[in-house]
Design a protein around this ligand. Structure first.
Ligand SMILES: Cc1cc2nc3c(=O)[nH]c(=O)nc-3n(C[C@H](O)[C@H](O)[C@H](O)COP(=O)(O)O)c2cc1C
Length: 186
């Protein structure tokens, strides 16, 4: 039997399983992703986000955020971003190039209904994320539905790197090639 990392189709199946299980909260390594955006003062900005949805059919991932966070302004200025995770058990790094659409209001009502009450307070903290405080918990927290945003990350390219004990393998999967996959130098 071929090892999953030695065959393009099996490799692709494996990281999609990670993403789908991560979104469902069943796979910790792919539950929290690093999201990198183009910062508005030059250079990149990276932060952790929770993966909320993974749709292999559409090639898209879903993340929730606060409309007043810096990442939203950054993505409105330039929707191109990168998502990243490392699974230490599988010895697999996955880098996803994405274009991010941001939805708020009525269209995200079903998503808002699934956010549990305590978590809703995150979308209402005042002053807004990144503002200076006089004390670390000098905050008001009233859930504000209008600040809840769903980021739909449409994947354009997936770079998968498997660190084998003796051999490293790396493959690129592109939407423009219908995800057929191509081995590349690690
Ligand atoms: C484990 C972890 C998960 C996080 N998940 C999210 C998330 O799903 N959405 C989000 O907006 N921020 C999340 N954050 C907070 C962000 O990393 C970041 O600190 C915050 O959103 C402000 O980022 P920004 O100013 O770059 O927009 C998470 C932080 C950690 C440590």
């Amino acid at each position: 039997m071929t090892d999953w990392w030695a065959e393009l189709g099996q490799l692709q199946d494996r990281f999609w399983t990670c993403l789908c299980d991560g979104a469902a909260g069943r796979h910790p390594a792919a539950r929290f992703l690093a999201l990198a955006t183009a910062g508005q003062t030059g250079g990149a900005e990276a932060r952790m986000v929770v993966l909320r949805g993974a749709d292999r059919g559409n090639g898209s991932l879903t993340v929730h955020t606060d409309t007043l966070s810096a990442k939203v302004s950054e993505l409105r200025a330039d929707p191109r971003a990168s998502l990243l995770f490392w699974d230490p058990d599988l010895r697999l790094q996955v880098r996803l190039k994405v274009e991010v659409g941001i939805d708020t209001g009525q269209v995200v009502d079903a998503d808002w209904q699934r956010v549990p009450e305590p978590a809703r307070r995150v979308y209402g903290i005042l002053p807004p994320p990144g503002a200076d405080l006089t004390a670390p918990v000098d905050l008001a927290t009233l859930p504000d539905r209008s600040r809840f945003a769903v980021m739909t990350c449409t994947i354009t390219r997936i770079d998968a790197l498997h660190l084998g004990r003796t051999t490293h393998r790396r493959a690129m999967f592109r939407r423009s090639d219908d995800w057929i996959g191509q081995w590349i130098a690690p």
